[in-house]
Structure formats: structure tokens, C-alpha cells
Design a protein around this ligand. Structure first.
Ligand code: 2HA
Ligand code: ZN
Length: 269
């Protein structure tokens, strides 16, 4: 067996979470990440037949049975993952009936997966339905994005168009737009299930007065979506109370879409 602490997927999660912490997106235990792993990717590093513990889920996901995930732990701090990955993250396989997670590695202190697990597994299920290369769900609390939800209308089209309007690259990075949900109690199955529905059509979901969840085929891709949305929200918060003299119009957005061959949602432009 190879040393799992040197596995590329552990190193990548550790580096990404440290970076997110450094950017101020993941205070205390804020935020969570889950990533699909291939069996071939992990069997060099751990015995996939040795289940340490079974951890029940509150919502079953039979469509994900047999899939492997690395998931950040509930109550754990992103800033601590790099120095102690096996305490702060876990590797699991979804049980045959989809009602449990079989722990194969990690959560050394008896811990378990993030409190947002229903949203994570629901998002994985829905994104896999539209993109077989989908792998990552990433949730964080970026300051400008949360600030924006205090002062902006909570509406998918209006919120997306404000973000697209802040700087020209936005529509290039997320032509499929941003979904936004009004405030709801966090870490609940209800929020998880309502959120999952949004991931049928979107890679980016904002929770008003809470934060943002993004999905992607890699940690880099998900991170890139998050930093682009947060950058746009930062610009918005800088200009919202200024006398604006120049803006990106729908016609300009249409020109970008033509030149870059981008598809946005029907009727949004
Ligand atoms: O993990 O971010 O949404 C703590 C949270 C809950
Ligand atoms: Zn959160």
C-alpha cells in the first residue's frame, strides 16, 4: 500500500481548503467540500474492503450506491485540514441501498461528514445526470457574495444579470447563470433537497444571507467558478452606491455570447 497522506487527491483537497481559508471564505467551521473518487484511484492507498464504521444518512441516495467520496467533516475547520487531513476529512463509499456511508479512512476522532451532506449528495446526483464528468461540490461563505444578498433582489435572472454586468469575463465563465434561494435554515434536509433541484440546471447556487455552492469536474474548476462570482460580487459592492457612468448592456452581453459561442438560458438576454 502507498502512503495515503501523499495521495494527489488528499494533497489537492488540503491545498484547496487552505487557499479558501486564506481568501476568507471559510471562517471557523464554515463551508464544506465533497469530491467523487474512482475505485482505481484509491485502492493503491487503502483496503476498500475494510469498513471502519457505518454512518447513517438522513436521506437515502440509492442512485449513488457504490460511489466513493472524500468529504470534509462536520465541525471541522478548513484551516486545519492541511496539517491533519485524517482528523478533518473522510473517505467513504455509499452503501448498496444508499442509506449509509461506509467509512474507509479518516474522521479519526469519531467524527462524520458535513452537516450539509444531503445538499452535497443531492447535487452530485443531479449534476451526474447532466454531466458524466462531474466530480466536485464546494460550499463556502465569501464575504462580498453574502453582502450582495443583503442588498440585491433574490431572483435567478436579476441576480445573474447583475453579476454578468460587473465585468466582461463573467458571462464567459458562467453563461449558464446563477441560481439563488431565499434564506432557509442551514444544514437541513429541506434546504438540501430544494437545492438539489436547482443543480439540474445550474452549477452555481447562492443561499441568501449564507453563502454559495459551486460544482465542477475538478476542484480547480469549482474553485474558479467561486472566485469569479465572488470577484463580481466584490465589484458590485464597490459600485452599488456610486454614480455609475458606464455599464455592460444586454447588447454587449449578446456580442460576447456570439464571439465566444456561448449558450445562456432561453429568454435571459
Ligand atoms: O459547515 O457551512 O452551511 C458549516 C456550514 C453550514
Ligand atoms: Zn455554510
Amino acid at each position: 500500500m502507498r502512503n495515503i497522506f501523499e495521495a494527489p487527491f488528499i494533497k489537492e483537497i488540503a491545498d484547496t481548503t487552505a487557499n479558501m481559508y486564506r481568501l476568507g471564505w471559510n471562517e471557523r467551521n464554515g463551508g464544506n467540500i465533497s469530491m467523487i473518487l474512482d475505485e482505481q484511484e484509491i485502492e493503491n492507498y487503502l483496503d476498500i474492503n475494510r469498513v471502519i464504521r457505518e454512518i447513517p444518512l438522513t436521506v437515502a441516495f440509492p442512485n449513488l450506491a457504490g460511489k466513493y467520496f472524500v468529504v470534509t467533516g462536520t465541525g471541522k475547520y478548513f484551516k486545519n485540514i492541511k496539517d491533519n487531513p485524517s482528523l478533518n476529512i473522510g473517505i467513504m463509499r455509499v452503501s448498496e441501498d444508499g442509506s449509509k456511508m461506509n467509512l474507509l479512512w479518516g474522521y479519526d476522532d469519531g467524527g462524520k461528514f458535513t452537516s450539509e451532506i444531503t445538499m452535497h449528495l443531492g447535487a452530485h446526483e443531479k449534476r451526474l445526470g447532466v454531466d458524466e464528468n462531474h466530480r466536485v461540490v464546494m460550499h463556502a461563505h465569501p464575504t462580498n457574495l453574502i453582502s450582495m444578498t443583503h442588498v440585491h433582489e433574490i431572483d435567478d435572472v436579476k441576480f445573474t444579470k447583475t453579476l454578468w454586468g460587473t465585468c466582461t469575463e463573467c458571462i464567459v465563465i458562467f453563461p449558464d447563470g446563477v441560481a439563488i434561494l431565499p434564506w432557509m435554515v442551514s444544514s437541513s434536509d429541506n434546504l438540501g433537497l430544494v437545492s438539489s433541484e436547482k443543480f439540474k440546471d445550474f452549477r452555481i447556487l447562492v443561499w441568501a444571507l449564507h453563502g454559495m455552492t459551486v460544482t465542477g469536474t475538478s476542484l480547480d474548476e469549482a474553485f474558479g467558478l467561486m472566485e469569479t462570482v465572488e470577484k463580481a460580487a466584490d465589484i458590485y459592492m464597490h459600485i452599488v452606491n456610486c454614480k455609475v457612468k458606464s455599464s455592460i448592456t444586454d447588447e454587449m452581453l449578446r456580442q460576447v455570447c456570439n464571439d465566444f459561442h456561448l449558450e445562456t438560458k432561453k429568454g435571459w438576454l
